[in-house]
Design a protein around this ligand. Structure first.
Ligand code: ADP
Ligand SMILES: Nc1ccn([C@@H]2O[C@H](COP(=O)(O)O)[C@@H](O)[C@H]2O)c(=O)n1
Length: 208
């Protein structure tokens, strides 16, 4: 890291839109020593003090479910060249792994990736480039069903119920309307080579 302030890139979009895929595509093209990611999901509030029954009732698609204060502090610390301890989230237990963190060291490029990073003004103001991955709702729910069953210990019924009760209404209230703040709207997500190349060029300019 050359000592100047890092370039902070926000990648947002609804669940299953392809945020992580875009992130991965960028990271594959930039040397590891230059780039770090803070996933907003890692900053879901710790719920270790709640029973499993209470954790099932939490709305994970409300801005209050996130500890954005900590996320903002970590962005600021990294900008001041201080390493941070990123929490590790457990989607099956719906809480942070208390015995685990990931040390993130300051890098020239910091990606902040998550569903509600544009909704919070304080967080939004810290992002130099804002990308919204725009994918149709029906594609997103199909991807979500597959992923949540394979990777997050869910059933088809639970994913559909959660989608209708909280995920979809939250998308319409807290995610989609904030698309207007994006600098780049990226249809096709990780498969949009033109848009990804533009972002990579911008990053390379910053690195040189
Ligand atoms: N453009 C795309 N075309 C086809 N499948 C995709 C595309 N983008 C993402 N996927 C797949 O959809 C799923 C969800 O993508 P992901 O990037 O994890 O979404 P998000 O991080 O927004 O929840 C993954 O299995 C991923 O491989
Ligand atoms: N305990 C939790 C925490 C979060 N979720 C869901 O994750 C979605 C955000 O992650 P993406 O990778 O899909 O962007 C969000 O829509 C929450 O509903 C969960 O189900 N359980």
């Amino acid at each position: 890291m050359k000592g100047k302030r890092p370039l902070i890139i926000g990648i947002t979009g609804g669940t299953g839109s392809g945020k992580s895929t875009v992130c991965k595509a960028i990271m594959e093209n930039i040397p590891e020593e230059n780039i770090a990611v803070l996933e907003q999901d890692a900053y879901y509030k710790d719920q270790g003090h709640l029973s499993m029954e209470e954790r099932f009732k939490t709305n994970y698609d409300h801005p209050l479910a996130f500890d954005n204060k900590l996320l903002i502090k970590h962005i600021e610390d990294l900008s001041k060249m201080k390493p941070v301890e990123k929490p590790v989230y457990d989607y099956e237990l719906h809480t942070r792994k208390t015995d685990q963190t990931i040390t993130v060291t300051p890098k020239d490029i910091i990606i902040v990736e998550g569903i509600m990073i544009l909704e919070d003004e304080e967080l939004r103001d810290r992002l130099d480039i804002k990308i919204y991955v725009d994918t149709e709702d029906d594609i997103r729910i199909l991807r979500r069903i597959q992923r949540d069953i394979k990777e997050r210990g869910r059933t088809v019924d639970s994913v559909i119920e959660q989608y209708l009760n909280t995920v979809k209404p939250a998308h319409d209230q807290f995610i989609e309307p904030y698309k207007k703040y994006a600098d780049i709207i990226m249809p096709e997500g990780g498969k949009n080579e033109v848009a990804i190349d533009i972002v990579i060029s911008k990053i390379r300019t910053q690195l040189s």
